[in-house]
Structures are given as structure tokens and as C-alpha cells.
Design a protein around this ligand. Structure first.
Ligand SMILES: [Mg+2]
Length: 209
């Protein structure tokens, strides 16, 4: 029986693909590198994001990763007020809360940014915990997943991780959570399907499980 839902934020609850892509493309243009199409982005996006940056064409012999990572966050913050939740987020979160599920956010975004964004989106009250990482470098969130499992005394078999990247499936695997992958985020459905877990095209599909 599932009693706890562990949500990813970017690309799962928050529809920020356009902003992420335009910020990345702006950095690529500044360096005279070819920009990414949506399709190419969804085919190469991964964690740690430094590996995705490398695949996108950044040269970390020429500059440290921290430089574009910082510039990316500046562009992201400048545009984040334009991002929206996916259309069925509020309906899904409120129905799951009514049914008595505990809901948590586990993100590779920096913790205070994450909490602010969720607060500004007006959905903080649906969650029993919101957990982000310590810096802006989006390396991984497996260690944070293990930490909250311990701190909140989660019974991992009763948890399901919902995310939009291969890393969400890796987190679920490492922590022993069940996993469902959402196909409208930052990674192509075709890549998500390689993980062999259930995929959904709409979040409200969760309500009929
Ligand atoms: Mg995500």
C-alpha cells in the first residue's frame, strides 16, 4: 500500500521546460555554440547537469562549470515568474491530500529557492515537507532522498516517487521507493520508457491508480 507521494518539482509539478531551454540557449549563443531544439534538449538532459552541459557543447577546459551554472540560475530567476504549474497539479495534489496521502517534494534545486517558488505558486499547504539541496549545481538528490527516508522514518515500500527524469528513477531505485515517470517534463518519453517503470502523460492519471 502506498501512503506517501514524493514529488519532483522542475518538470513534474512546474512546467519550466521553455525557461530552462531558453536560458541554456542564451548561454550557448554567448559562447558561439549551436543552440538546442526542444527535441535535442529532451534527448540529452540529465543529472548531474554538468554532464548535460558537456553534451550540449560547453567546454569545461575553457571555463569552470560554476560560471555557466551561475549564469543559468540568474537567467532562470529573471524568468521564473513566467513559469506555471502543469494544468492538473492543483486538482491532483488536493485530491491526494483529501485521500489522506502524505506528500513531500524532493528536488535537486537549491532549498530556499525551491521553498520560495512553491510558496509563490500557492501550493505549500499540500506538502508535509519540502526538501532541496544546498547549492545551485544540481548534482544529484540520491543522498537527500536517503537522508529524508531516515529523518522522516519513511517505509520506502509505501512511498512512490513521481518525477520527469531518469535521475528520479535512480533516486527511487537507490532509496527503495516505487516510481512513476511523467512524460511532459525535461526528458523524452522514449528515454523514460527505458527505465521499465510506469509512465504517465497527465498527473491526474495518478488518481485512478
Ligand atoms: Mg524534474
Amino acid at each position: 500500500m502506498i501512503n506517501t507521494i514524493i514529488w519532483d518539482w522542475n518538470g513534474t509539478l512546474l512546467d519550466d521546460l521553455e525557461l530552462s531551454l531558453s536560458a541554456t540557449n542564451s548561454l550557448l549563443r554567448d559562447r558561439g555554440l549551436p543552440t538546442l531544439s526542444v527535441e535535442r534538449y529532451k534527448n540529452i538532459f540529465k543529472f548531474p547537469v554538468i554532464d548535460y552541459y558537456t553534451e550540449a557543447g560547453f567546454d569545461f577546459n575553457a571555463e569552470p562549470f560554476e560560471t555557466p551554472a551561475k549564469q543559468y540560475m540568474d537567467l532562470y530567476h529573471a524568468g521564473e515568474h513566467e513559469t506555471k504549474l502543469f494544468p492538473d497539479v492543483v486538482k491532483t495534489l488536493s485530491s491526494l491530500k483529501e485521500k489522506g496521502y502524505r506528500q513531500i517534494v524532493l528536488s535537486a534545486m537549491e532549498d530556499s529557492n525551491l521553498k520560495n517558488m512553491i510558496k509563490n505558486a500557492g501550493i505549500s499547504h499540500y506538502f508535509d515537507g519540502i526538501f532541496g539541496i544546498k547549492d545551485d549545481f544540481a548534482r544529484e538528490k540520491i543522498s537527500l532522498g536517503k537522508q529524508i527516508t531516515k529523518d522522516l522514518e519513511l517505509n520506502s515500500e509505501e512511498c512512490v516517487m513521481i518525477g520527469d527524469t531518469l535521475h528520479d528513477a535512480e533516486v527511487a531505485d537507490a532509496c527503495g521507493f516505487n516510481c512513476v515517470l511523467y512524460t511532459q517534463g525535461h526528458v523524452s518519453k522514449k528515454r523514460l520508457e527505458t527505465k521499465g517503470v510506469r509512465t504517465i502523460d497527465r498527473l491526474e492519471e495518478l488518481l485512478s491508480f
